[in-house]
Design a protein around this ligand. Sequence first.
Ligand SMILES: [Zn+2]
Length: 450
Amino acid sequence: MSRQPKIIHIGGEKCVTGSCHLMQVKGLNIMVDCGLTQGHDAGASMDSWPVRPDRVDFLFLTHAHIDHIGRLPELIQKGFKGEIIATHATKALLEPMLNDAMGFMSLNRRQIAQIETYIDDLSWGFEYNLDFDLAKGLKFKLLPAGHILGSCSIHLRVEDPEWSVLFSGDLGAKDTPILPDPQNSEAADLVVLEATYGDRRHDDRVHRVQRLGRILNRALKDGGKVFIPAFALGRTQELLYEMDRLVSDREWQGAFPMLNPNSSVPVFVDTPLGLNITKIYARLSEFWDREAGELYRNGDHPLKFEGLYGVERSQEHRDLMGIPGPAVIIAGSGMCTGGRIVDHLKAGMPQPENDVCFVGYQAGGSPGRDIQRYAGKPGGYVVLDEQKIEIKAAIHVLTGYSAHADQNGLVEWVQAMPQKPAAIKLVHGESNARRALARVLREKGYRVEE
Ligand SMILES: [Zn+2]
């Protein structure tokens, strides 16, 4: 067997979903992420993988988004019995995220319970920024990646011959609410770098909060409802954090009267998964950034504010459908492909006093994209649950919400390394994004493989 570590990109090499990498070294099979593909990306059958699932010794997880962990149940069913290594927060998020995802797979209740017990037994939570021994002289360290709670980059070091690799995982944008910025303090021979937004620049957060306030304030004035489709993990908590600022921060209160606590406009989080995840975020305050921590110590819980209500059971959801505006309703799914947001949109979009506010990427072919496209067009409609729904509500697209670092952020993260890596391999990006990022990095003297 060759002594040189071998890295095989099983998934997520040239697209942004289905992340899965395999490193073979010293007779060990080490996997980083085991994600589900989404949209038109196709995932390879596990039977065609270069390694059998029962031969994988370690599975590292960079974070708990489904496109990074979603095939874990299948991996377990196919015989995986190695160790699962993640941060403490990612371990806490695995169960609710996979429980929800498994609801869409052809598994019965007993199988789901079995898989969950298995995952709990095999997985271990680790601290950030500490060196741990893995096996056969390998060491690993998890670095904060600022993408969602618990997200990390993974540094793996091999002895004799000395060699190291750094998997960036998904890197967050700087100033993401609640989370510390991505951090890169390790030298590595090879960097496996995500490139989702390798060709973009994001807006700053202060303007984003201001635009959110302006849109909500204007939309609520005529007594209508504002629907915000949002993903349960990450985006929902970011939104709550920014609404808390708009409602609780004196600096903003005067600016947007409809969001003043005295105006008593209720904000509903109509997603059981989102509420569950928010509870986990709220509990794990030791992983928040300084700003969120300070608010908390000064008596303002950054994910709670007056007028915020959780909608847990389906009866409560049905009751909510009947209440009059003004109100803000956050519900999933983020691209309106299913879930409770669909009920709200079906009932609410034909009314002009209502508004829909998009804060996330809408993939081509999703109802969310269709709503954006046909809004404001005469006779514009969208098909939801096989019904034609007229779009009379006002549609807003709030940009600047991204869980991923932009080109500057990615380049800065690479430049923060104490030494230049021998090579950078770009993954997790469409070809335009990878090409643009590769060009900028090469100009700065890095060796880049797209
Ligand atoms: Zn992610």
